[in-house]
Design a protein around this ligand. Structure first.
Ligand code: GRF
Length: 218
């Protein structure tokens, strides 16, 4: 099987990277990770990459004069490794428009909210503050605007009465670990394609009951 070559960009813990590594370890999964890049050398995710014998590099933004030079170094490493799809997985640097354009339709991101609600940072605090009953996570193609771009897959997760940001984050993270490998699978198998800036899916979207919170008792 020809596998789609992934480059995963991280800055920290790397639990989403771990979920991708786990998926890629299955013979029939249509993608493989050829490079992990981190902008921080203390990123825990680097250890996960090394433990799985995946090439991992640190490219520290502080070593470059400006964002364009940093982005160019990322592009060089990714191109050199033959990366076909970039997966942002907790990568905490903003990428410049030139980078996003260079890799257009070949970068995806995971964000811990139901986009377009709660773009940006402190997502879980803001969701609790807003009193939403459902939050969740989204995998989407990356566009120059932060947390913007065509949606591939989402998971909705209930917000419980006594949630704090950490509890909600943990519940959503579990769903992240399911949907990121699935998004990559859909793209790599050709069942998610971009048409006119919308993701068209060759899988059923009609199989799930609504998630209602609070639940309706009969
Ligand atoms: C995740 O919540 C992801 O949605 C967000 O950053 C966090 C990264 O966590 N973009 P990890 O490094 O994958 O554990």
């Amino acid at each position: 099987m020809v596998k789609l070559k992934l480059g995963v960009l991280i800055s920290g813990r790397g639990s989403n990277l771990a979920s991708l590594i786990e998926a890629c370890s299955q013979d029939d999964y249509p993608a493989e990770i050829v490079l992990v890049l981190s902008n921080r050398k203390d990123a825990k995710g680097l250890e996960r990459a090394r433990a799985a014998h995946i090439p991992a590099q640190v490219i520290t933004h502080a070593e470059f004069a400006d964002r364009d030079a940093f982005d160019a170094a990322l592009t060089e490493a990714l191109a050199q490794a033959g990366v076909e799809l970039i997966c942002l997985a907790g990568f905490m640097r903003l990428l410049g428009t030139d980078f996003v354009t260079r890799w257009t339709d070949r970068i995806i991101n995971i964000h811990p909210s139901l986009l377009p609600a709660f773009r940006g940072l402190h997502v879980h605090e803001r969701a609790i503050e807003a009193g939403v009953r459902l939050s969740g996570c989204t995998v989407h193609y990356v566009r120059p605007e932060v947390d913007d771009g065509p949606i591939i897959i989402q998971a909705a997760v209930p917000v419980l009465a006594n949630d704090d940001a950490a509890r909600l984050a943990a519940r959503i993270l579990e769903a992240e670990h399911k949907i990121y490998p699935e998004a990559v699978r859909l793209i790599a198998s050709g069942r998610a394609t971009l048409q006119h800036d919308t993701v068209m899916l060759e899988v059923s979207r009609d199989t799930q009951a609504p998630l209602i919170n609070p639940p309706i008792k009969d």
